[in-house]
Ligand binder design. Structure first.
Ligand SMILES: NC(=O)c1ccc[n+]([C@@H]2O[C@H](COP(=O)([O-])OP(=O)(O)OC[C@H]3O[C@@H](n4cnc5c(N)ncnc54)[C@H](OP(=O)(O)O)[C@@H]3O)[C@@H](O)[C@H]2O)c1
Length: 298
């Protein structure tokens, strides 16, 4: 089969090559992949991968071509959304049945492919922060993949949502009550989902109420964070290192249901053939994609 394979020395670290088909374990389904959405983390890592021949790719949607031998998971012919830490940028993916959800009729497979890492991260980071009803929730990097889902899900959970992004277009329509390009002059916040790190992290820590929580999700800025002496001491403020984890199937099903009912909106800011991976990667890492980038494995 063909796959995007790590190729050290290439521009964004991967090229399309022939590789052996995956052999599914008894609890895995085999999926013919149609689309994959790109996440900042995997694209960043692929670019600097040192080993050749690895298949990256976390999010993928497609059709089941072999059911799991142990009887778990969807039947042959089912349209599915899948997640795993690798193997998604390939024409065929063997994936555990507990990382697969059936895509409802009427939901486009390319749009569905945007949900796994970005959508589940937004969902779980908010869920980990306790009840959001009436809370002031600040989301940094809100124009990106995780950010756009987080804005919508936080608004849905009853929060007062503050979206922080240089490119704030469309965020109010998704449910943000305030859209801010700068973190100056903000009132204190109860919960922060931080996708940017660096000086943003230092600033949101200053803005946090004494019993508030920061979910440190990502670090797109690539900058160090320099905290003033004693600023992290004594107060009850919590800084939690977020990890998306595994066992995505129930959360994928929840997000797909919202999508199917028109209760979740997806912006695909870049879409094209996987042969144009470098163009997509350049746009994503260069802050030129609004929402998600989707590659078609044509
Ligand atoms: N811990 C986990 O399990 C987990 C899961 C998912 C994602 N992540 C991490 O979370 C972060 C966001 O992921 P994503 O997929 O949502 O990325 P994304 O789609 O690229 O969005 C990130 C957003 O961050 C902002 N940004 C980018 N570069 C920046 C810079 N130099 N300074 C300030 N803001 C910048 C951009 O907004 P503006 O240009 O509009 O400001 C961009 O829309 C990444 O670091 C990713 O690795 C972690």
């Amino acid at each position: 089969m063909r796959a995007l394979v790590t190729t050290p020395g290439s521009r964004f670290g991967v090229t399309v090559q022939e590789v052996p088909d995956p052999v599914p374990a008894p609890d895995q389904v085999l999926v013919e992949v149609a689309h994959s959405s790109l996440n900042f983390g995997e694209v960043f890592r692929a670019k600097s991968a040192e080993a050749a021949g690895e298949v990256f790719g976390w999010d993928a949607s497609g059709v089941v071509v072999a059911a799991a031998a142990d009887g778990s998971g969807p039947a042959v012919g089912s349209r599915v959304l899948t997640f795993d830490y690798g193997g998604g940028w390939a024409r065929r993916r063997a994936v555990a049945a507990n990382e697969v959800a059936v895509v409802p009729e009427g939901v486009d497979l390319a749009v569905a492919s945007t949900l796994p890492v970005a959508g589940v991260t937004a969902l779980r980071a908010l869920r980990n922060s306790g009840s959001l009803l009436g809370k002031r929730v600040l989301i940094t990097g809100a124009s990106g993949g995780v950010g756009r889902f987080a804005v919508q899900l936080a608004a849905r959970a009853g929060a007062h949502v503050i979206a922080n992004a240089a490119r704030g277009a469309g965020l109010a329509e998704l449910g943000a009550h305030e859209v801010v390009a700068s973190l100056d002059d903000l009132e204190p916040v109860d919960v922060v989902l931080d996708n940017v790190g660096g000086s943003h992290l230092v600033r949101v820590h200053e803005l946090l109420t004494t019993d508030g929580v920061i979910q440190s999700i990502g670090w797109t800025s690539g900058e160090p964070a320099v905290f003033p002496p004693y600023s992290t001491v004594a107060l009850g403020k919590r800084l939690v290192g977020f990890q998306a984890g595994t066992g995505f199937a129930p959360d994928l099903a929840y997000l797909l249901d919202l999508l199917g009912r028109g209760a979740l909106s997806v912006e695909v800011g870049w879409r094209g053939s996987w042969e144009k991976f470098d163009e997509a990667a350049e746009a994503l890492l260069g802050r030129k994609v609004s929402g998600k980038a989707v590659i078609d494995l044509d």
